[in-house]
Design a protein around this ligand. Structure first.
Ligand code: 3HC
Length: 719
């Protein structure tokens, strides 16, 4: 084996059995050295007369995590995957896949060319390629439908969600589960098969496909699922086309040829690059550039949450779902009871929808305990405060927490924009204070902004990032600056949406344009959902003059139009429905406010709507990067995709800008500057990168930075 190849396969024998162990830490992807090793050692085992059966397994925690994702878009070294898999499929001696851990993508496809499959009870199998803008291109679209039927196979490939060993056994993906030593059980299984004259090959199993021939519902259901859950994505249609070929083509190899063609089309589609950027971006975001990997973590065995409202309840569920016992504190008994009731109801709904069993619900509910007393928090390792946004209140709670908890406990605030340093300053442990900005509903939304205060220690930061991983969140670090990353970028986006409304576009047009770009919900539908009255009431209470961009929303509130909550806002809603219907009765209000502010209403194109809203995100993102508030541009992409409904297949706003070309971005912004010179001034970093024909990447270092960060200096207006 040459040294440049990545990863290897270990070859050992046990009696008449050859054991091939994929060894490419940490998760054993099918890199060049693995493909070469598989090809070489299957052939070696076949040539060795003393060998009668072959076991294929993985070293460490993974069987095979799929193709090596870093190779896509590069010229791969070594043999290709199809050559290696053909070698296995046409082995003269029976091959058993002993699935010791995760078998994903090309990993499961490798198992599917083996004659037999056995997993440990911890094994999980799946075809998640769709999450990378790809389809299972190593025979998965042709073999899985043969094994478990096209309907189940399509569900697995379109969701990308892996299944447990137990479910895999029920569905027929694997033949057996090992309860003891996997390799010993695998040897025993294989010894029983060795005398047989023939060994099953998945490619020969046609019954389930023939059954599905002519039954349109299988493909129609798959198309409906794809359009509901993967709007705008290219790969799902390709997956369905592959399965259609599997169903209708008699010759397995014709189906395989189609799969290769459709795979190639995915590979060259820009969505693939965008989605792989997000795969690696999420992993990069979980790392903090100046904190060593070996930083010791504070052990987290017990947690506390202060506040039993929607956020507090959702955060408590996150702890419980990760197996961490959690105390929920509220000083109001009624609130606490209501909050615990909501948690119970949320879990009950999951049971009813088949997302968890009653037994699982009992376990997680058993981990959540209510309390009215700070004294009960004495032995927790971390507390997340989740009360409403008021600095004085939060400071008061942090004083109490500082007194009540042991001195090593981490104190986190779930603030969406308050100054973490001001909160930390009232404690005797500012190094243990950090912001954890969860997004609502906290038990569902994946984004977690981890806010680093000026004194937050390395241990505190590393510990909170590792809890984020345990909670399966997409965690992103933000420095302590107003609006952090997400809400600060959102400000310019909603500002432009409101200006477009004043200049002549209607909410429906603006929302439709942005939804056709791929945003999960347009800004006016979002504002209606959140409630228009929140800002209006706050301004009235504080005697604050309404900014130009809020004038329309405030005028709607004056007419009792608060949004979805009372069935009328920018849209009208029928009783019990969340579907927005245009509200022509609002148009006179829009016209009047435009006139009163000397804004001429005009026809506005969908493209202008998209450009103005999205480039507003990009320009603010450039400023955030320049200030070092985000560590890298990819972090902002992760924020926008996981917290604000930006389409994953466009790779996030900063990646989108890179793909457009930063010079083109500047050109468009210069055109818009006639409308608002101040707003459309390019951030210095954007201008610099465009001049250098470069792209967004890592944040500049302290020395390279033009702007020095200060919580007070950075002004983002009224978020
Ligand atoms: N290729 C290359 N690198 C991979 C990889 C892969 N398939 N899977 C994971 N890695 C890398 C990660 O980037 C990470 O690198 P880093 O330490 O430098 O950041 C490292 O391995 C560990 O990964 P995670 O942090 O994600 O480890 P976890 O234990 O949390 O998760 C996992 C393990 C469930 C295997 C997860 O990594 C995963 O989902 N991997 C991707 C699986 C996948 O999508 N496979 C399909 C690939 S496409 C394919 O197979 C095409 C085929 O059909 C032809």
């Amino acid at each position: 084996m040459t040294n440049e190849l990545k990863g290897k396969v270990n070859y050992t024998t046990k009696g008449n059995i050859a054991i091939l162990e994929v060894d490419n830490p940490p998760v054993n992807p099918l890199s060049s050295g693995v493909r070469a090793g598989l090809t070489e050692y299957i052939s070696k085992a076949n040539e060795d007369d003393s060998i009668e059966g072959i076991i294929l397994t993985g070293a460490g925690r993974s069987f095979i995590a799929g193709a090596d994702i870093s190779e896509f878009g590069q010229k791969p070294d070594g043999p290709d995957l199809h050559t290696a898999l053909r070698e296995i499929e046409f082995s003269k001696k029976p091959v058993l896949a002993a699935i010791n851990g995760t078998a994903l993508g090309g990993g499961l496809e490798t198992a599917l060319v083996c004659n037999y499959r056995m997993g440990t009870n911890k094994a999980i199998v799946g075809l998640p390629e769709v999450n990378l803008g790809l389809l299972p291109g190593a025979g998965g679209t042709q073999r899985l439908p043969r094994l478990i039927g096209p309907s189940q196979a399509l569900k697995m490939m379109l969701s990308g969600t892996p299944i447990s060993a137990k479910k895999a056994l029920q569905q027929g993906v694997i033949d057996a589960i090992s309860e003891n030593s996997l390799i010993d059980d695998a040897i025993m299984f294989l010894q029983e098969k060795i005398g047989q004259s023939e060994h099953p090959k998945v490619r020969d199993k046609n019954e389930k496909l023939i059954e599905a021939r002519g039954a349109d519902n299988v493909l129609a259901e798959a198309r409906a699922l794809a359009s509901k859950t993967r709007r705008g994505q290219f790969a799902p249609g390709q997956i369905i086309a592959c399965v259609e070929a599997a169903i209708n083509e008699d010759d397995f190899d014709v189906g395989m040829k189609k799969e290769s063609e459709y795979f190639l089309e995915c590979l060259i589609n820009p969505q693939r690059e965008a989605m792989i950027h997000i795969f690696f971006g999420e992993r990069a975001a979980s790392k903090i550039s100046d904190i060593p990997k070996e930083t010791p973590l504070h052990p987290i065995q017990k947690a506390g949450v202060v506040g039993s409202g929607t956020m507090g309840g959702g955060i408590a569920m996150n702890f419980a779902n990760s197996g961490i016992p959690v105390l929920v504190l509220d000083q109001d008994e009624k609130n606490l009871e209501r909050g615990m009731g909501v948690i119970d109801k949320n879990y009950q709904m999951m049971v009813e929808r088949g997302r968890m069993t009653q037994e699982q619900k009992d376990i997680v509910m058993g981990l959540i305990s209510p309390t009215l007393s700070y004294e009960d928090l004495a032995d927790v390792d971390i507390v997340v405060e989740a009360v409403y946004e008021n600095l004085e209140l939060k400071q008061e709670i942090f004083r109490s927490l500082d007194e009540a908890t042991n001195e090593n406990a981490i104190l986190a605030s779930n603030t969406s924009g308050l100054d973490i340093d001001a909160i930390a300053s009232v404690t005797n442990r500012p190094e243990k204070v950090v912001g954890t900005h969860f997004f609502s509903p906290a038990n569902i939304m994946r984004l977690l902004e981890v806010v680093r205060g000026q004194d937050s220690s390395d241990e505190t930061m590393a510990t909170v990032m590792s809890i984020g991983k345990r909670m399966k969140k997409a965690s992103v670090v933000s420095l302590n600056a107003p609006g952090f990353i997400g809400n600060r970028m959102l400000y310019g986006y909603t500002y432009q949406a409101n200006m477009l409304l004043l200049e002549g576009a209607l909410p429906n047009q603006i929302d439709n344009a942005l939804e056709s770009f791929g945003m999960s919900m347009g800004p006016f539908r979002m504002m209606d959902l959140v409630g228009l009255d929140l800002g209006w009431r706050a301004r009235k209470l504080g005697n604050i003059e309404t900014p130009l961009t809020n004038k329309i929303a405030d005028a709607l509130c004056e007419q009792d139009r608060f949004g979805q909550k009372n069935s009328k806002g920018f849209y009208n809603y029928s009783e019990g429905s969340r579907a927005p219907n245009p509200a022509p009765e609002n148009e006179d209000i829009y016209k009047e406010i435009s006139d009163n502010n000397n804004i001429a209403r005009r026809e506005i194109s969908d493209q202008e709507i998209i450009d103005r809203c999205i480039l507003a995100l990009v320009n603010e993102g450039a400023q955030i990067l320049e200030e070092g508030v985000a560590q890298r541009s990819g972090d902002m992409d992760i924020v926008y995709i996981n917290g604000y409904g930006f389409p994953i297949w466009r790779g996030g706003p900063m990646f989108y800008a890179n793909q457009q070309g930063l010079d083109k971005v500047i050109e468009k912004m210069n055109n818009f500057s006639k409308l608002d010179e101040e707003f459309w001034k390019p951030a210095p970093l954007l201008q610099k990168l465009a001049d250098e024909s470069s792209v967004f990447g890592e944040a500049p270092t302290q020395n390279e930075r033009a702007t020095k960060l200060s919580f007070k200096k950075t002004n983002i207006g009224g978020v």
